[in-house]
Write a protein that binds this ligand. Structure first.
Ligand SMILES: [Zn+2]
Length: 501
């Protein structure tokens, strides 16, 4: 009996040891602070500007999270924070978000990897480079062994010091952006590959002294279309994991603002090869720099209105590029509205115009009311101005009374319809129009506070012109007061020479 019990105990011990030797589920934590910070804007980005996702809201409907699930990998989602492009992020906002993420990393237990969902152009008041601070703090807690992978917007300005804290990274390959989901999935797949195959990847980078706005570096047109296409070939080469071109973000006057090419080697052995590939791409971009220009006709707003009226197309989109809210501008500069009124335009739509005060006045007055307003110049005190006008409140979305962030008031000012917004945002999708009963193709002129058109608009626009308006997103970046950007840099220093090493 005694022996039987002994054997039973021995058996259980072996069994339990056997269970312990089973490899445990891989554990990957995710976090992110995504922001494109316009250092020329005088409008700070505050904590309340951030949309913060936690828990399941992070993984719901995300290809990268579905992939982890299919692979039987445990995801520990922490905080993914995103704010619409704007001015420099307030210190307290960044630190509040960062501290919540760090606290969760501290309590996460043993981790195999971390996925960072970033934009790359984050700039925080009081920090030379907040992204460096962020990665250093993460490393302090997670240690050096945990593999960290980041996905980025190709408009990110990522410094060498920041990148040295990551193990792998990748960026969108389209601008206008059409591949956000694929990019995140690529970053996560690369992370899992590195963990499973116990790789020690190397990130090789070549910084190209070029700083151009996104409108001059569209990936769907040449010269970048064919250069970006090469990334798919490079990443398949033996020993290489990924390749990215960061165009950078031009409205950030920072030493790290620049174009960059990254190629990831699976280990030290292929590092030289990765560097050579990066240099080759960098050289091709440098040689093509004079062709990094707008892909559509541009000029003063008065010229663009005249041109649009003469074009045979039923609808012409005009970008109010200096006040591009998707690149951080306030969106309340009335220069285009004034020009349309002055030109006596009969069938134009301004989609949209940010003015909370005017918005509230219209909602209070009610549908059909005649209103006298002073619009604009309330946020942008540098380039903006006040424009007094009279109009009729045509309609407002039902949620306007609740003042949700999706609310729109339609104001008719002579022949011009103005979509008044209560918060800083842009019309970027067809749904933005249909939500308020608008079809952009019903108008001769549609003004958007964008630079390039976002994919859905780009795909339907019969014609597009860019008005070179003033503002924090002025497309003529040489007119902006750059002080910190590393010089020489093209095109601020047009005659400079450079050789990729
Ligand atoms: Zn972008």
């Amino acid at each position: 009996m005694k022996y039987h019990l002994m054997y039973l105990l021995l058996g259980l011990t072996i069994l339990s040891a056997g269970c312990n030797s089973q490899p445990r589920k891989l554990r990957i934590l995710s976090c992110g602070i995504r922001h494109e910070s316009n250092t020329f804007s005088t409008l700070p980005t505050t904590f309340s500007d951030f949309k913060i996702l936690r828990g399941e809201a992070i993984s719901n409907g995300q290809k990268w999270a579905d992939y982890l699930k299919e692979e039987g990998i445990e995801l520990i989602p922490t905080v993914h924070a995103y704010a619409w492009p704007g001015g420099i992020v307030e210190k307290q906002a960044y630190e509040t978000i960062k501290n919540e993420i760090l606290g969760q990393i501290r309590n996460a237990g043993e981790l195999d990897g971390i996925y960072m969902d970033m934009h790359g152009a984050l700039h925080v008041d009081g920090y030379a480079d907040a992204q460096v601070d962020f990665i250093k703090e993460i490393r302090k807690i997670a240690g050096e062994k945990v593999i960290i992978s980041g996905s980025f917007d190709l408009h990110g300005n990522v410094s060498d010091e920041f990148v040295s804290g990551l193990n792998v990274l990748t960026a969108y390959r389209t601008a206008p952006h059409r591949d956000e989901a694929e990019t995140r999935l690529r970053a996560v797949k690369m992370l899992v590959k590195c963990i499973r195959e116990k790789l020690a990847p190397r990130i090789e980078c070549v910084t190209i002294p070029i700083l151009v706005p996104g409108e001059k570096s569209i990936t769907e047109v040449e010269p970048l279309n064919s250069i970006y296409a090469k990334l798919y070939t490079v990443e398949k080469r033996e020993g290489l994991l990924d390749a990215s071109i960061f165009v950078g973000y031009a409205w950030a006057d920072l030493p790290r603002s620049s174009m960059r090419v990254f190629v990831i080697a699976k280990d030290e052995m292929y590092a030289r090869k990765a560097k050579q590939e990066a240099s080759q791409i960098a050289r091709q971009i440098w040689d093509a720099r004079s062709r990094l220009e707008l892909d559509v006709e541009s000029g003063s707003i008065q010229e663009m209105i005249k041109k649009a009226e003469l074009l045979p197309q039923k609808t012409v989109f005009i970008s109010d590029s200096g006040d591009n809210t998707t690149a951080g501008a306030p969106g309340d500069n009335p220069q285009v509205l004034k020009a349309l009124i002055d030109a006596g335009c009969k069938n134009a739509l301004i989609a949209g115009f940010v003015d909370l005060e005017a918005f509230n006045q219209c909602v209070k007055a009610g549908i059909g009311a005649n209103v006298k307003l002073v619009v604009g110049g309330k946020k942008d005190h540098t380039f903006g101005f006040s424009l007094p006008l009279e109009g009729i409140v045509e309609n407002f979305s039902p949620d306007s009374i609740l003042a949700t962030t999706k609310a729109v008031v339609l104001l008719k000012v002579k022949g011009i319809k103005v979509a008044l917004l209560n918060s800083r945002r842009s019309f970027t999708t067809l749904k933005d129009f249909s939500d308020v009963g608008l079809n952009p193709l019903d108008f001769k002129i549609v003004v958007v506070k964008l630079g390039y058109l976002y994919p859905e608009l780009r795909d339907i626009a019969p014609a597009h012109l860019i008005a070179l308006t003033s503002g924090f997103c002025n497309l003529d970046i040489s007119s902006l007061p750059f002080k910190q950007a590393k010089r020489p840099i093209y095109p601020l220093d047009r005659e400079m020479t450079w050789l990729a090493n």
